[in-house]
Design a protein around this ligand. Structure first.
Ligand code: TXA
Ligand code: MG
Length: 318
């Protein structure tokens, strides 16, 4: 069922069912964060390992303060500047948050999302929503209701139709280690924007040896087809031009047939590129070509987060 009935959604969530919700970043697969059995359904529906913790969503800082043990001044500053929005804060949890939500970790990830439909839903609930991206574990995140329907429709009671996600990239995850501000996952708010508010930050190197967050697992956000980041000339030594689909930033690749190409933003706009990224990856994954070649963006603004997703979706060995 796909519709905009937030009252039906609220009823289902109160009954411990799963509802897919639109946010400005990607669609989430939501359940009552205080209800362990409901949260367990998320892991089952996504085929997600239990060591991978979930983000908790609500509509106000007051509600967040009811289930975190501390809300430090830097968190306040970031919250004032970026909520509602694509920022997730890691804060020490209280017992109200089940260990299943945080995979046993002492901090809980919290966020106030910006989509009006989801904010209206959250206002109607007296519990927060645990919600990972609404895709099978390891696959591309959904930025349209139809993406969720294509992969999880039998597993959710309702998909709230909220149109195309405005940002199209997951939230930026920020936490604090002593005096340091740390970015654990690059996302919809750029490093530059965060640094403008709290000064210099450390960006944690993601690696599979540190799977505290799934966004940190190396292979993630991946299409089924092999995707490569080597030069197009190198790829042409292994595949014919007709066998290659292209995901480029702002320029057409003249060695590859035009019909096989998707351009993220012909004007070179990072916001437009982010919004198109996952949708275009899905379209290319459905096309008949054997492999995808993707172009990395300049390492600034949202280009950094987009490159992070491309690198994790890519296959290293040709
Ligand atoms: O934009 C987003 O963040 C979307 C929308 C739905 O809000 N959600 C999302 O969730 O991307 P998910 O589960 O796909 O990614 C959440 C990331 C994971 O890498 C998870 O491990 C990390 O947040 N995370 C959650 N709780 C954590 C915790 N307590 N400590 C460290 N990392 C945590
Ligand atoms: Mg995800």
């Amino acid at each position: 069922m796909i519709n905009q009935d937030i009252f039906r959604a609220a009823t289902l969530l109160r009954q411990g069912e799963l509802v897919a919700i639109p946010t400005e970043t990607v669609y989430g697969l939501a359940a009552n964060a205080f209800d362990v059995e409901a949260v367990a359904k998320i892991f089952a529906a996504k085929n997600r390992p239990f060591f991978d913790p979930l983000i908790v969503h609500t509509d106000s800082i007051e509600k967040i303060k009811s289930f975190v043990a501390d809300f430090p001044p830097k968190a306040e500053l970031l919250a004032q500047n970026f909520w509602a929005g694509a920022l997730t804060l890691l804060l020490p949890k209280t017992k109200l948050i089940p260990d299943l939500v945080t995979a046993g970790l002492p901090r809980v990830a919290v966020r106030i999302p910006k989509h009006p439909l989801t904010l209206a839903l959250l206002r109607n609930l007296d519990f927060p929503l645990a919600a990972p991206s609404a895709n099978p574990f390891g696959y591309i995140s959904p930025t349209k209701a139809e993406h969720v329907a294509a992969q999880l429709s039998e597993k959710v009671a309702l998909i709230l139709e909220g149109g195309e996600c405005e940002i199209g990239l997951e939230s930026t995850i920020v936490g604090f280690e002593g005096d340091k501000t740390v970015i654990y996952r690059l996302g919809g708010i750029s490093v530059e924007e965060i640094e403008r508010i709290v000064g210099s930050v450390e960006v944690k190197k993601h690696s599979s040896s540190n799977p505290a967050a799934s966004g940190m697992l190396e292979s993630h956000y991946a299409p089924r087809k092999k995707m490569f980041l080597q030069t197009i000339e190198t790829l042409l030594e292994h595949y014919k031009a007709e066998e290659i689909a292209v995901l480029a930033f702002n320029t057409i690749q003249n060695k590859i047939p035009l019909a096989n190409q998707k351009i993220l933003s012909p004007q070179g706009d990072y916001l437009e590129a982010a919004k198109n990224l996952f949708d275009f990856m899905r379209i290319l994954d459905e096309m008949p070509q054997k492999v995808i070649w993707a172009e990395l963006l300049p390492e600034k603004s949202l280009g950094r987060a987009i490159n992070d997703r491309l690198k994790r979706a890519a296959t290293e060995k040709l």
